[in-house]
Design a binder for this molecule. Structure first.
Ligand SMILES: [Zn+2]
Length: 262
C-alpha cells in the first residue's frame, strides 16, 4: 500500500484532466517534435544490462518498443535494428548518415541526474521539430535492472523503456498517473510495461494511421514533408544551430520517502 505522501504528490501532478498526454516541444520555438518516417529503426548496444543475462535483457528491450506498435489507430512503428557495438549518444552533423538511434546502458560515469533511471536525448530541427536522431541511456550505475524472468522486480526494463520509447517518438510527460508517460515510477513498478489509453491517444494523435502528422497548436506553422520532398532534412540550408539536442528527463525514481516499504 502506498503512504499518503504518494497521493499528495500524485494529486498535485494530476490537476489536469485525464487524457493529458503532451507532445515534446522545443522550449523556445515551441515546435512539436515529430518523425517524418513512420518506421523508426533502433539499435541496442550489445552489452545490454550487466544485471541480467543478455537474452532476457534484449527480449525486454524489444518488447518495450513493440508495445507502441500495437496502438490500433496509429501506423507509427519501431523497428528492431538488432545489436550493435555503437556507444555514441547524440548526433554527428559531419557524418549525417552514420547516426543511429541507440539504446545503451551506462554502467559507470553516469552524466545525468543520479536519480534518473534513464535519459532520452533527441536531436531535431528546432524550427520544424523534425526529429533526426534519438538515443536512450539507462543508468546502470545507480540502479539494478530486472526483466520478467527475474525473481524479484527491482527496476523493470520494460517499465522503464516503454516510457523512454514514448519520448523517442515525440511524447512528453503526461499528467495522467496511469499513463506510461507519467514522469515517475516507484521501484518495483511494472504497470508502464503496457500503454494506458492516454498513451494510445498520444501516439494516435501525432501519427494517425494514413493521415498527416498532427498540427502543433502554439508552435511554428510547418508543412511536414512539404514540397513532396524525399523527407530528408535540408542539410545544406542551415548552420548547426538548427539542430538542437533535447535531453528529456526520463523516469525519475520517487525518493524513498515517497515509497512505502510496508
Ligand atoms: Zn520521461
Amino acid at each position: 500500500m502506498r503512504q499518503p505522501a504518494v497521493w499528495i504528490l500524485l494529486a498535485s501532478l494530476s490537476a489536469a484532466p485525464a487524457g493529458a498526454f503532451t507532445r515534446s516541444r522545443d522550449p523556445d520555438t515551441r515546435a512539436c517534435l515529430w518523425w517524418e518516417t513512420r518506421q523508426v529503426r533502433v539499435l541496442l548496444n550489445e552489452a545490454c544490462s550487466a544485471d541480467l543475462p543478455r537474452a532476457q535483457c534484449e527480449t525486454a528491450v524489444w518488447a518495450s518498443l513493440a508495445i507502441w506498435n500495437e496502438a490500433p489507430c496509429s501506423d507509427f512503428q519501431f523497428l528492431s535494428g538488432g545489436l550493435s557495438s555503437r556507444t555514441d549518444v547524440g548526433f554527428d552533423e559531419d557524418h549525417w548518415d552514420d547516426n543511429v538511434n541507440l539504446i545503451l546502458w551506462t554502467e559507470s560515469s553516469w552524466r545525468h541526474d543520479e536519480t534518473a533511471i534513464a535519459m532520452t536525448t533527441t536531436t531535431y530541427d528546432r524550427h520544424t521539430g523534425q526529429v533526426v536522431d534519438t538515443d536512450v541511456e539507462l543508468n546502470g550505475l545507480s540502479y539494478t535492472f530486472t526483466a520478467i524472468e527475474s525473481p524479484n522486480v527491482i527496476v523493470d526494463i520494460q517499465n522503464t523503456l516503454a516510457h523512454e520509447a514514448g519520448h523517442m517518438l515525440g511524447l512528453d510527460h503526461s499528467s495522467d498517473p496511469e499513463a506510461c508517460m507519467f514522469a515517475t515510477a516507484p521501484e518495483g513498478e511494472t504497470k508502464k510495461r503496457d500503454l494506458a489509453q492516454d498513451d494510445i491517444d498520444g501516439v494516435c494523435h501525432i501519427y494517425p494511421t494514413g493521415q498527416p502528422i498532427a498540427a502543433c497548436p502554439g508552435g511554428p506553422a510547418i508543412d511536414p514533408g512539404g514540397d513532396g520532398g524525399c523527407g530528408q532534412m535540408p542539410r545544406s540550408s542551415g548552420p548547426s544551430a538548427l539542430i538542437w539536442l533535447l535531453a528529456l528527463g526520463a523516469i525519475i525514481l520517487r525518493s524513498r520517502t515517497h515509497v512505502s516499504d510496508s
